[in-house]
Design a protein around this ligand. Structure first.
Ligand code: PEP
Ligand code: MN
Length: 291
């Protein structure tokens, strides 16, 4: 007889579903990730300028996003690439949140930066390159902020679950798992989108699972299709890169959607979400200034 998932993943018991623990709702400001409502997280790869962040935040909010993404501390493959604006970037994200009501998710790369990033962000993103940085996982867990844990590019599903277990062990129950594509022998696209990981994690874990079709595809042309596949695999939300002028982006421009492409993708997702028994989380109404 085949071993059960419980036996197979016995190392990470707290990540697995159990009696009375079927699903975790991760609270973010006035809503939750992991419930019936599908959550869209969108924004630029990097925070570049105030105009860029504000325009993107306004646009994605109107199109139905609830969470603004954007890197202030950027893990770049080359030391000569833009490394992010740091604190100034965090301040721009906070300004966009104040203007739009969107929650903010942003990456933290070092345990020394956790207190600062936790002061500005609603969700701390642990990037693929840091998925197994246990000192960072510990510091991030102890901040009390929800954690968006991205799968490492050469990490197995068990490895991802082990990192989630570390966060849970440090007393933080609010972990969102993210499939963003893995390395394989295939090189036509930036990464290989492991949709089976989404389906499996949804089946065996109580934690919310989201998909990042942008880093999986590496090219904007494929992002809407991979987004639909992510929804169909059972994801609880998506993390998508959007830029007002992708051709001028300081990072990941090739995979960033422009505003029209984002709108098109969103329209295509709604009926699919319904088929999956989900509703798209309604945009947060913004109170217009009076007088
Ligand atoms: C990002 O979200 O911009 C990013 C750097 O992602 P990853 O860690 O998945 O490469
Ligand atoms: Mn990116």
């Amino acid at each position: 007889m085949r071993e059960s998932w419980q036996e197979r993943f016995a190392e990470t018991p707290d990540v697995l579903k159990s009696a009375g623990r079927e699903r975790t709702l991760v609270p973010v400001r006035d809503f939750a990730v992991g419930g019936r409502e599908f959550v869209m997280m969108a924004g630029p790869c990097s925070v570049e300028t105030e105009a860029q962040v504000m325009a993107t935040a306004e646009h994605v909010r109107r199109a139905g996003a609830r969470i603004l993404r954007g890197g202030a501390f950027k893990p770049r493959s080359s030391p000569y690439s833009f490394q992010g604006h740091g604190l100034e970037g965090l301040k721009l994200l906070a300004r966009a949140r104040a203007a739009t009501g969107l929650a903010v998710v942003t990456e933290v790369m070092s345990e020394d930066d956790v207190p600062l990033v936790a002061e500005y962000a609603d969700i701390l993103q642990i990037g693929s390159r840091n998925m197994e940085n246990y000192a960072l996982l510990e510091a991030a867990a102890k901040s009390g902020r929800p954690i968006l844990l991205k799968r490492g590019m050469v990490a197995t599903i068990a490895d991802l679950m082990r990192s989630a277990q570390v966060v849970l062990e440090f007393g933080n129950p609010n972990v969102i798992l993210c499939e963003r594509g893995i390395r394989s022998f295939e090189t036509a696209l930036r990464n290989t989108f492991d949709v089976a990981a989404i389906a499996l994690l949804k089946q065996i874990s109580h934690l919310p699972v989201i998909a990042d079709p942008s880093h999986a595809a590496g090219t904007s042309e494929l992002v809407p299709a991979l987004a639909r596949i992510g929804v169909a695999a059972g994801a609880d939300g998506l993390l998508v890169e959007v830029h007002p002028e992708p051709e001028k982006a300081w990072s990941d421009g090739e995979q960033s959607l422009n505003f029209a492409q984002f709108d098109g993708m969103m329209q295509g997702l709604e009926p699919l979400a319904a088929v999956m028994g989900r509703t798209m989380m309604a945009a947060e109404p913004v109170l217009e200034a009076v007088g």
